[in-house]
Design a protein around this ligand. Structure first.
Ligand SMILES: [Ca+2]
Ligand SMILES: [Ca+2]
Length: 199
């Protein structure tokens, strides 16, 4: 009878040990799951990251270890003055997002002016669930949505014989805000003068 009682006690102790182990495992699994829900450890802006000349729709790109199941979201913002004032482009992006197509010609965010031409732009990505997970473009970049203007004042007209040793082509070009990269004057078929400029 004593041995049977001992066996029963041993069984109960084993059952208690098993229950404790199972409980510990469940707690561990819950802890691991909770950890994975806020596992984002970094976000890094990839493009534009400084030095670019952008216009129209540009691809904003960043890197992170976030996944679709993570809590929180990404917020994208731009600054026209190298980081003094930031305006949201979009908020609430899923943590598995790594790029966003940004139209620099429209109101962003809605109701605020579209970005103007400028050379002091910065781009920023922030993680909503942790204020220390944030990054901006390492340097400034340019937004230029204004085509250059060209005003030719003097040039040979069609039909004129270009036999003179000196031919005047006179005009001006302008690109407000971001400058002109190049200006080319073309004489086509020795009769017509055309000028092109690029930004
Ligand atoms: Ca950066
Ligand atoms: Ca321009």
């Amino acid at each position: 009878m004593i041995k049977k009682a001992e066996r029963e006690e041993t069984k109960n102790v084993n059952k208690t040990t098993r229950l404790t182990l199972i409980t510990a495992l469940v707690v561990l699994v819950i802890a691991v799951m909770a950890g994975s829900a806020s596992a984002i450890s970094y976000v890094t802006v990839t493009s534009p990251n400084g030095g670019e000349n952008t216009s129209g729709t540009t691809n904003l790109i960043w890197d992170s270890d976030g996944t679709a199941g993570d809590s929180g979201s990404f917020a994208l913002a731009y600054s026209a003055d190298n980081g003094t004032l930031w305006k949201n482009i979009i908020v609430g992006l899923s943590c598995d997002m790594r790029s966003y197509s940004w139209d620099t010609t429209t109101e962003t965010p809605a109701g605020s002016p579209a970005p103007n031409d400028g050379t002091n732009y910065a781009f920023r990505v922030a993680y909503s669930a942790n204020g220390s997970i944030i990054d901006r473009s390492d340097d400034i970049f340019t937004i230029d949505n204004t085509a250059p203007t060209l005003d030719v004042l003097d040039s040979p007209i069609e039909g004129v014989n270009l036999s003179a040793s000196l031919v005047w082509i006179n005009g001006s070009y302008n690109d407000t805000g971001s400058g002109v990269d190049a200006c080319r004057c073309l004489i086509v078929r020795v009769r017509r003068v055309a000028a092109t400029i690029t930004r």
